[in-house]
Each structure stands twice: as structure tokens, then as C-alpha cells.
Design a protein around this ligand. Sequence first.
Ligand code: ADP
Length: 573
Amino acid sequence: MIKRKIFTNLFLLSILSILLTSLLISLLYFNNSTETMKVNLRNNANFIADLLNVDGYSVLEKIPNRAKTDRITIVDPSGKALYDNRKSVSNLTDHSSRSEIIQALEKGIGESRRISDTTSKDTFYYAIKLKDGNIFRVSRDYPDFIKSFLASIPLLALIAIFVTMISLFLARRQSNAIVDPLNNLDLEQPMANNIYDEIAPLISRISDQQNQIKLHMTELQEKQTEFNSVVSNMKEGLILLNQNANILTINESARSIFAAEPGNYLGRKIFVLHRSSALQNLIESALEGNPREDVLTIDGHHYQFLVNPVSAEDKIKGVVLIILDITDKEEAEARRREFTGNVSHELKTPLTSIRGYAEIIHNGLVKSEDIPSFSGRIYSEADRMLTMVNDIMTLSHLDEDLPDLRTETVDLLPVIQDVSERMKPMAAGNQIRLIVDGENFQIKGIRQLIDEMIFNILDNAIKYNRPGGSVRIMLNSDANYGKVRITDTGIGIAREEQERVFERFYRVDKSHSRDSGGTGLGLSIVKHIAKIHRAKLELDSQVDIGTSITILFPKEQLASVDISLEPGLEGSE
Ligand code: ADP
């Protein structure tokens, strides 16, 4: 564009200058030729006048024909024409008023330029006073400028064509020379260009703007990276959709929730990932501007879908979909419901017996000698209920949080000796020997819970033992673990039951357990406390030979205790 403009301007300029120059040259040339014509005429006239003065008028006859291009007139002092080589003298009017004649009569020489009365042409007159007093006048037509200009047009045209071609060529070269540096500007590094000073401000502005753009780009890239890293590390699924429900962003978690095949999902409809009316309803609702949530089940997992419209300038531009895996929460909820059901059931049994015994006594159906036995049963059922309530409270306390419990360095041996000391009367009553053996080690833990854990295991080891049997508590530690092993010589647990004894309310032999005051919660409490201390439990048992339960405290546990476990998520105790 600019190149064409420069070219056209240069070209027009050269054409205009050619025209003007031609005109000027023509004018100069014309002017010059009229001057030459006048000088010639004067010379010729003077020459002929000299001849006339010397040789008389007969000279006129001898003037060669070719010299007769000029009009020659001889006028007497009164103005009367005596001779004219063009016109008949009788036709000529009085010449006394002609200015050249008047001048010649006065000064000897006269000249003038005017339109001839006789020929009606622009004419130059030159008059000389002869010796005899007559006036000798020579005149010649003035060259016609238009005519001579028109005559020179072919030549001028030729010159114009030639010059036009040269100027075409030069204009093109010149416009290229001006524009090429602009075309070859290095816009990547504007300041490295060293061309016209006039465009230096433009270049420095481009450079400034480029720096600004680079800065913005870097900022945007940083934000994008930040966004990507946040989104891709999110546990929750995140999908951004445009107003046509096409995917703009999808993170790894969302892909794995939908078990999406590897591939590019950007720009595709969300329904290629999951086709269900529930999801469709959610998306439609968000696209209408209403945030909503719903729980969808995919591959046995429960997910909470939250949709929110994204709007800009009062228009809905898209949808944000967040997907949370609530399977654990749902399952924990289910376990809690089951636990509550079990608790009610377990408490109902002793309560029903208590009410039965009390009713019989109340109705006076019991003989007075049987009263102690009846009240003894009521007492033991109430006692079992109390134990169970205590166990339930301990468990729910562990399930919820541990506000009043302190982590400290605990010496295991004294704790175990303390528990066993407390259990001694019970052991003696069952004719069981308690033996504590081994060397002390320390762990970082919660003393009260460790006490509870040891107590429950020891309680079982005494309860499910046989008269004359023993319970041995061994402490030792190796490179990886601090170990507490409690071995009894009791009835043992069948292999198929060994997994289940840690479940809540699970009892191998219900009647035996109940007789010995069991609730089915002891080992689930043990498992819970072990988990809090990151300890492993090992059960080794043979029916009729005995049971051995080992608690393994990992070495790192000597430094820390995790009491931040989420409540109620403790698997299948
Ligand atoms: P309980 O209050 O019934 O003892 P636990 O959770 O402590 O409940 O134990 C669950 C079941 O595991 C018990 O009912 C019992 O049958 C069995 N059990 C636990 N410890 C032993 C053991 N040392 N020897 C034999 N059986 C045991």
C-alpha cells in the first residue's frame, strides 16, 4: 500500500516535472527565437538600407527571391507608400501614423510590434530613414508560439515517453529502497533495527509494548501453571464445561472417576465420559443458572456431584463440576448405623433378663430362699450391661476424637506390671498364673490407651483360659519393633474365627463369652488403639493349646503418635 503510494507519487512528480520543464524550455526557446528573428531583421534591413543609400532603388530589383520572405515598404516623409514588395502601393493607406515610421522620421531608426492593418498578423516592423528622407521599412511575422509548440509536440512526446520509462524504473527502485527496510524490520528485537530516525519513536513503542506483552504472557503462564498444578493434584474431580457442555478442562481425578480411556477429551461433550439422566439434569440445571448437587454411584463408588454455573456479563458461559468421592463417608455412616443397631440389640438382651427376673420377684412367684440367686443374676446382668456401656463409651470416644488424652513417652514395662497387678485377683480366682518377663522399652504414646489395650488382651487371656493355666507377658525389642507378646494356655481360637474376633460384637462362643462377662468389643478396642499408635497386631492361636497376641510398635512410633485419624473410619473392627 505504502509502496504503491510512494511509487505513484514519485511517478506523478516526475511526469509533472517533465511537463513543466518542456513548457519552460519551449517558452525559453520561443523567446530566444523571436530575439534572433529581430536581430536578423535589423541586420538585413541595415544592410539593404546601406545599399539603397549608395546604389539607389534599383537595388530592390536585385534582392534575391529567398530574401523576400520579409515585407519591404518604402514610405515618403508624408507617409505615402512608394514601394511594397507584397501589396500594390495604390491599395496602401497613409503610413504616417505608424509608430516605427514616426520614430524613424525623428531619430533615424524606429521599430514596433503590432497587429498589421494590412495582413492582420502579429508583426515586427523595423524602419530606417534613408539619405533622401524616405523611410525604408522591413517587417516580418512574429513566430506563432502555439504553432511552434504544437510543432514540437512529437519530439516532446518522444522525450516524455523516454523520461517516463526512466522515471518508472527509478520510481520503482526508489519506492523499493524506501519500503524494503520497513518490510524487513525485525519485530522480535525492535531495538536492534537501525533504520530511519523518523520511525525510531514507533520502534521504541513497539519494543515497549512487546516487553509488556512478554510480561503479561509470563504472568499468564505462571498463573496457568499454578492452576494446572492445583487442579491436577486435587483429590476431587474437576471439570470445566462451556455453555454447550463441552469439556474445557478435566483433571486426572475426574478422568479416573469416570475410568476414562486415555485420550483427548477437550472440546468433547461431557456425556462421552458418563451418560446418565442424573448427570444430564445436573448440567442442564447449571446451564439454566441454578447450582445443584446430587449423589451418583459409579462402579460401586458413591460420588457427590456439585455443579455451579459460571457467568460473565449476566450470561452463562459455562459450568464448574466438582466430584467428591464420598464412598468412605457413606460406608462409615452405614457402619455407624449398624453399630447403633447392634448396641441396641446387645443392651436389650441383658435388660430383658433383668426385667424378667424382676417381674417374677415382683409377682411373688419366687421362694424366699431363691431370692439371693435371682438377685445375683440381676446383679451379674446389670454388671455385664455396665461393662458393655463402658466398652461402647470407650469405642465411641476413640471414634470421635481424643481431646483429653496426652501423648507422652511411656515406659512399657511399668504399665504392664501395673495392669497385671490389678488383674492378679481375677487371675487367682480363675487359678491362673500371671508372668511378666523381658526388658523395658519406651514408646511415644497415650498411656491410658496402652493400659486399656493391655488390660483387654489380658482379660481375654484369663477369661478364655483353663484352671491351672498361665498367662505370660513378654517384652522385647529388635531393630524394627518394640514387641509385647501375651500368651495364654487357654481354649484357643479356631483358624476360621481368627480374622473375625476383632470385629465389633463378634464372639466365638456366645454363651461362654457371656458367662465370662464378654461384650464382643474388647478386641475391637484393642485394634483401634493399636491403629492410633501405628502398631501391628499378630494373632497366633491353636484350639485347646492357647492363644498368643503380639503388639508390634514400629521404631518410628518411638517418635510420634497419630491421633488425627478420622473418626469412624476404622475398617471392620
Ligand atoms: P469378649 O468381650 O467377648 O471377650 P472380645 O472382642 O474381647 O470380646 O473377643 C472376641 C471373641 O474372641 C471372644 O468372644 C472370644 O470368643 C475370642 N477370644 C478373644 N481372646 C481369646 C483368647 N485369648 N482365647 C480364646 N478366645 C479368645
